[in-house]
Design a protein around this ligand. Structure first.
Ligand SMILES: Cc1ncc(COP(=O)(O)O)c(C=O)c1O
Length: 382
């Protein structure tokens, strides 16, 4: 193909190539831990823990094309991807400058494990650009940002962080799980390493756990080396399922974007809902920036219910179509309360300071008919 393929084409095919006659249109699952190798050869052997199983390799190549990076690697969870990507660029004695608006699991990894490894972490609010520069140390070796954020859908302007990373010659790591490469490609905004929980939009069917890292070849080589030693290789069948899920990524995102917007607009007019958090709405603090950098606003909507935790519980118990479960970004609509899931380790006051009051619910709009999702939410409001 002469023309550079678009994201929908890449999501289906990876780099399109003419297939030889009599080859399967869909690649088989290479459900094999090991592969034959030539006698006497000192070439690297093929072994699924090494990440060179054909299912793992073709999936990673497709994802790298979508993110616009030289290379990529899939591992067995989003947390695995976050951990290995950071360990690929940080050593004992190094300092990590991190956004304070991050997924609770990531925060725990930094707080409970990185200190033990001799890596110090400083947290800065993304809306304090001067504080970022002030927090840089001689030992700073990496900067980490999540965007859009969980659960307030803040869309962070990466410009100051990218500038700091460039000036200091360190890596900018961005967890862009909530956008997917269809809505946002972080490398176009200065990221060196993109992290994604493939459990979410990339796979999109709530049936696997996986993570992905996209970056330059040397960084992916180092991440792969760590994966081989720490052992988070992706199972071939899971790789095959993600590959299948990714074939519909672009079209799913189109629907998530449209339904997210429809639900957010509906919610804004409802009296029992005191606030709606959706970057596609003018009322969202990052709306102007989101319009500039996002290809779509996604399917994640935050709703603050009048009446706090009890009102939220009443509402959740009445839902029929929208399922009460953690996680997000699948074809089915899911809803959860961050106070009991991702942010359960914080006190009510800490959550309130972060802008997550009790009565806040996080809705992941699936690809059902928007009218059905809205009708379910409407009846549950009572
Ligand atoms: C933004 C973000 N990053 C990373 C993760 C971790 O992903 P996983 O559950 O696949 O390990 C999550 C999980 O919810 C997430 O929301």
């Amino acid at each position: 193909m002469r023309r550079k393929p678009g994201p929908s084409t890449i999501a289906v095919h990876g780099q399109p190539v003419r297939r030889p006659d009599w080859t399967p249109v869909v690649a088989p699952v290479f459900q094999s831990s090991t592969f034959t190798n030539p006698v006497g050869s000192d070439e690297t052997v093929m072994y699924t823990r090494y990440g060179n199983n054909p299912n793992q390799v073709s999936l990673a190549a497709k994802y790298a094309l979508l993110e616009g990076t030289e290379a990529a690697l899939f591992v067995s969870s989003g947390m695995g991807a976050t951990a290995l990507a950071h360990l690929a660029v940080l050593r004992p004695g190094d300092h990590l400058l991190a956004s304070s608006w991050i997924y609770g699991g990531t925060r725990r990894l930094f707080d409970e494990e990185f200190g033990r490894l001799g890596i110090e972490v400083t947290y800065v609010d993304p809306d304090q650009p001067r504080q970022w520069r002030r927090s840089v140390r001689k030992s700073t070796r990496a900067v980490f940002v999540e965007t859009p954020t969980n659960p307030l859908m803040r869309v962070v302007d990466l410009t100051p962080m990218a500038q700091i990373a460039r000036d200091s010659g360190v890596a900018l790591l961005v967890d862009a799980t909530f956008a997917s490469p269809i809505n946002f490609r972080a490398v176009e905004h200065g990221a060196d390493i993109v992290i994604s929980s493939a459990t979410k939009y990339l796979n999109g069917h709530s049936d696997i756990i996986a993570g992905a890292v996209a970056a330059s070849k040397p960084i992916i080589e180092e991440t792969t080396r760590l994966m081989q030693l720490w052992g988070q290789a992706l199972d071939p069948h899971t790789a095959w399922l993600i590959d299948r899920g990714m074939r519909t990524l672009a079209i799913r995102m189109e629907r998530h974007n449209a339904t997210g917007m429809a639900v957010a607009q509906w919610a804004e007019g409802r009296a029992p809902i005191t606030r709606v958090y959706y970057p596609g709405l003018e009322s969202h603090p990052d709306h102007a920036h989101a319009r500039e950098v996002l290809g779509g606003f996604g399917g994640m909507v935050g709703l603050e219910l009048k009446g706090g935790a009890r009102a939220a519980e009443r509402f959740l118990k009445r839902l029929k179509l929208v399922t009460h479960a953690p996680s997000l970004a699948g074809v089915e609509s899911l809803i959860s309360e961050p106070r009991l899931t991702s942010h359960s380790r914080l006190t009510e006051e800490e959550r309130s300071r972060l802008g997550i009051p009790d009565g806040f619910v996080r809705l992941s709009c699936g690809i059902e008919d928007a009218e059905d999702i809205i009708a379910d939410l409407e009846q549950a409001l009572g």
